[in-house]
Design a protein around this ligand. Structure first.
Ligand SMILES: [Zn+2]
Ligand SMILES: [Zn+2]
Length: 616
């Protein structure tokens, strides 16, 4: 079976009308039918297969049973069914809203972001919608206008007519106005940040929730590009390509095409009636029907009098990268898209004792397979970045020395380059983590960021002007080995008084043992601190003081906008921020005259290293 006819999931949102039931003959007995989800695998409203072997099953169940391959090779890069198609009947205005990009939504919502397009089926005279801003505005003005109800004044109003196409890229503020009937084709996501709802209440007298802070974080505050540059399609982006066919029954009565292995074909009948046939199978259709032809169905033919939207998924144009972080325990490999979001991640146990050649062989295999599994051709992979714990010569692509994985003079770039035909770059793992945080994590608003990673040792990365600072690209920055106490405790590097000798986790626990006489875990230590244990307080006060000295030293040299604390201690660092800030306020040079840098806790955990490596 290669032609599936689908029944929609209907939604009764408060702004909807009844045209979808009256004109499209959908089986639905509610008073309001605002939306009909005609092609959907979204759990909030999956389409149901209408006829044949799978009748009554959801489209999601069909795909699970038949295999994801029925969607085509171009869909391998998605975690789930890529699009969601709806009819929308706006009897009243829809709220003013924005959808996040993939990068934001995958990280904070566990769903894809949403880019969408509208095809206008009908519009009352004078009907309009909003698409983006008339002029660029600041975040402050944006917030102010939301608060004092003057937002609509600065939105870009677009009058629409039957047959118009409107493209709404993620991050574009938008609202559908009343008196419009349209088709919406969008990424498969239900993440919406509403910021203005005309003060409406639902049947229980409640207003709908607004999401102002999230909207402020994701909205593109400059006017959207005008016009439609999807020609010859009516819409075309990484997520969907949409064409309209018109069989008038006189000049054109028949159209033929082919569904290749690359993508399924969705056929949505906007009006009229006819038949569709493929591989000896023939199905009749009428206005409102949603048909899906699975990938590889081959030649098909449509006959009749109708308008229809034809949607396929093309190859992705935007470049992809791979980020690798080699750790002494585990190696993680992530496929990273142009929004710096991790599309997929693989990991394996490093087992460094088997030698660098075996480890790097496994890295190469995994990099090639993650690309292949997601349908990313090698020429679309613009780079592979690798983070390694140790001293790195980035220019030569060599790991000079790594204590953690016992590597000595390993020519990493050459080893991987033999198998991987894309550019390979390396850096110290702490530098990668700092770069990842600076790009999409706690430091994304800043260009100059210093990050301390507190773990078995003390590492660090310095990002200046958005780039890793490494001093001649050899050796990197070793924040843990700045001396904070002359002639102090013995450090693993052979010298005395380094920050690492005091601020690493083992050093902290050892000090706690000396003071309390007990072997405490990190969690136990901080639990006692919360309860006000005096001995533990003494230990942590000293810890914060010496870590603060390290922070102040770095601030006095680099003057970053932000200092981040990360690593395995991250979950407990919040309690230290105020104390260290106070020390910074006193000890940072010139603090009585100029602002001191911000201090914050890193956000991304292990993801930061992968994203940073992918950005080398
Ligand atoms: Zn929307
Ligand atoms: Zn040292």
């Amino acid at each position: 079976m290669s032609i599936l006819k689908l029944k929609p999931a209907c939604k009764d949102y408060l702004w909807g009308g009844h045209r979808l039931v009256d004109e499209f003959n959908y089986e639905y007995d509610g008073d309001v039918c605002a939306e009909a989800w005609v092609l959907s695998c979204h759990p909030d409203g999956p389409s149901i297969i209408a006829e044949g072997e799978y009748a009554g099953k959801t489209l999601t169940e069909y795909i699970e049973k038949e295999g994801f391959e029925v969607l085509g090779t171009n869909c391998r890069r998605f975690r789930e069914f890529p699009i969601l198609t709806k009819f929308i009947d706006a009897r009243d205005n829809l709220s003013v809203q924005v959808h996040p990009s993939n990068g934001y939504a995958l990280r904070y919502e566990g769903q894809y972001g949403k880019t969408e397009m509208w095809y206008i089926l009908d519009a009352e005279p004078g009907a309009f919608l909003y698409r983006g801003f008339k002029k660029a505005i600041s975040k402050e003005e944006f917030r102010e206008r939301i608060e004092n109800n003057t937002l609509l004044e600065i939105l870009n109003k677009v009058e629409v007519h039957k047959g118009d196409t409107v493209f709404i890229e993620s991050g574009t503020l938008h609202a559908i106005g009343k008196g419009i009937l349209l088709v919406e084709i969008q990424q498969n996501s239900n993440v919406t940040y509403r910021i203005y709802d005309y003060g409406r209440v639902d049947k229980n007298g409640r207003t709908r929730e607004l999401h102002v802070d999230k909207a402020l974080a994701v909205t593109n505050r400059v006017p959207p590009v005008k016009g439609n540059n999807a020609f010859p399609h009516i819409a075309d982006c990484d997520y969907f390509t949409v064409d309209r066919i018109n069989l008038d029954g006189v000049v054109r009565y028949r159209m033929q095409g082919s569904v290749t292995e690359k993508s399924f074909l969705s056929v949505l009948i906007l009006d009229g009636e006819g038949t569709i046939s493929s591989k000896g199978e023939k199905k009749s259709f009428r206005k409102g029907d949603s048909l899906l032809l699975t990938a590889g169905s081959g030649d098909y033919q449509i006959e009749g009098t109708c308008n229809a939207l034809m949607t396929t998924i093309r190859e992705k144009e935007a470049p992809m990268r791979v980020g690798v972080v080699i750790g002494s325990y585990e190696t993680r490999i992530g496929l990273v898209d142009e929004h710096d979001s991790i599309i997929s991640e693989e990991r394996f146990l490093t087992h460094p004792e088997r030698g660098y050649k075996a480890v790097l062989e496994e890295v190469s295999e995994e990099v090639l397979s993650i690309l292949e599994n997601h349908g990313v051709p090698l020429e679309q992979c613009v780079g592979v970045g690798v983070g390694v714990p140790g001293t790195i010569d980035r220019k030569k692509g060599i790991v000079n020395y790594s204590n953690n994985i016992k590597w000595n003079n390993v020519d990493l770039v050459e080893e991987l380059g033999r198998v991987i035909p894309c550019p390979v770059r390396i850096a110290n793992d702490a530098d990668c983590a700092a770069l990842g945080e600076a790009i999409v994590g706690a430091g994304k608003e800043y260009s100059d960021v210093v990050m301390f990673t507190l773990g078995n040792g003390v590492g660090g990365g310095i990002i200046l002007n958005g780039k890793v600072f490494e001093g001649g690209m050899i050796g990197g920055s070793e924040l843990g080995h700045m001396v904070v106490k002359a002639d102090g405790l013995q450090c693993s590097c052979g010298r005395r008084g380094c920050l690492e000798a005091y601020a690493s986790i083992p050093a902290l626990l050892k000090h706690a043992f000396e003071v309390t006489g007990e072997h405490l875990s990190v969690n136990e230590l901080f639990a006692r601190y919360d309860k006000g244990d005096r001995n533990v307080k003494k230990v942590l006060d000293e810890y914060m003081d010496i870590l603060g000295t390290g922070v102040v030293n770095v601030v006095n040299i680099f003057r970053p906008q932000l200092v981040l604390l990360g690593g395995n201690l991250s979950n407990h660092l919040d309690v230290m921020l105020d104390t260290i800030r106070k020390k910074m306020a006193v000890e940072c040079f010139g603090s009585q005259y100029v602002a001191i840098p911000e201090l914050a806790v890193a956000q991304l955990g292990a993801e930061a290293g992968i994203i940073g490596a992918a950005n080398l």
